[in-house]
Design a protein around this ligand. Sequence first.
Ligand SMILES: Nc1ncnc2c1ncn2[C@@H]1O[C@H](COP(=O)(O)OP(=O)(O)OP(=O)(O)O)[C@@H](O)[C@H]1O
Ligand SMILES: [Mg+2]
Length: 363
Amino acid sequence: MGVLSGKSGKANRYKKKKKEPLAQPSPRRNGFLCKNMAMDLGTANTLIFLKGEGLVLQEPSVVAYNIHTMEVLAVGNEAKSYIGRTPLNIKVVRPLASGVIEDMEITQAMIREFFAKVQKMGRLLKPKAVVCVPAGISKLEEKAVVKAASESGIGKLFLIEEPIAAAIGAGLDIDRNRGQMVVNIGGGITDIAVLSLSSVAYSDNIRVGGDTMSRKLKEHILSKHTMQVGENSAEEAKIAAGSAVPMPGLTAFTVAGKDAATSIPMTLNLPPEEIREAIQEPIATIIKAVHAALDKTLPDMVTDIAEDGIYLTGGGAMLRGIGLAIEKETNIPCNLSTEPLTTVINGTGKTLENLKFYKKVFI
Ligand SMILES: Nc1ncnc2c1ncn2[C@@H]1O[C@H](COP(=O)(O)OP(=O)(O)OP(=O)(O)O)[C@@H](O)[C@H]1O
Ligand SMILES: [Mg+2]
């Protein structure tokens, strides 16, 4: 793997400069031409779709590097498995936070490694790419995505808002003269959009998502049981036994960690209702944002949304009962897309397959 410059975060003082960049570009290696691609660069997961092939990569947005040599040691699944188990000389980071790029250099390094996994990049053959971004991010945040993509080897770039990509991926007819609401609950951000006639009638985001729920659970375990658990363990407990509303059939989940006071290893049996309570705050914030979107939407469109239901996508929407919780507060039923984790990339991929047809949906 390659080497970081050391300009990222606090790692600067450990810098040990090496010249070669990550994942060396190599034109037409093995006679292989670069394929145009679609990318969903998410806080929790990065997904890549190649034209004519479909989804080719789905891995956590995580990078592990040596803080002394700045060498990138692992990205994706392997790097995520290091979380909570690293020695002092290794740092594991998520370069995106709340849906936007927090560390430019590490994001670029991660993208280059992922590109290298799926295709051999050529300097002379820069692929076109469609990349999705959260709805309503600032121009500065948008520019960061453009910079990260272009400096990682992408040629012509098209940007699309995540909820529009989600709507296309969920198979909605976005051309209709009818209000349709999409709520994409990701790891670090929830995008809410009302679409009509292939355009956005309303869009906004809140910096709350599935990772916020895992973090809340971790904090709850620490404050109520004086027990420290790893990030991955908290997420596992949330997925195994968490829900937004009471659900039948859920059983307690045993989480392992250490006593915060004595550092002695311990396990804890977490009943589903305790997990549910611990994650209520971010769920309430998401519901409040849906309310705010309805407030700003014209009455006829609200009627359309009530008739069709709200479309839920994103990994965070896989939390049991989240649609019911939204329905309980808004009186509008929810439809969960069939593959919530890949709806956005599938929609982004569809636009890549027909750039001309989808021209009007790009930013
Ligand atoms: N079965 C499940 N139940 C509850 N939550 C889940 C489940 N599966 C995945 N998640 C959560 O989904 C989130 C990741 O979703 P997704 O991959 O859509 O996010 P992302 O696109 O990377 O993030 P963002 O869009 O915010 O930048 C994580 O917080 C994860 O814990
Ligand atoms: Mg996402």
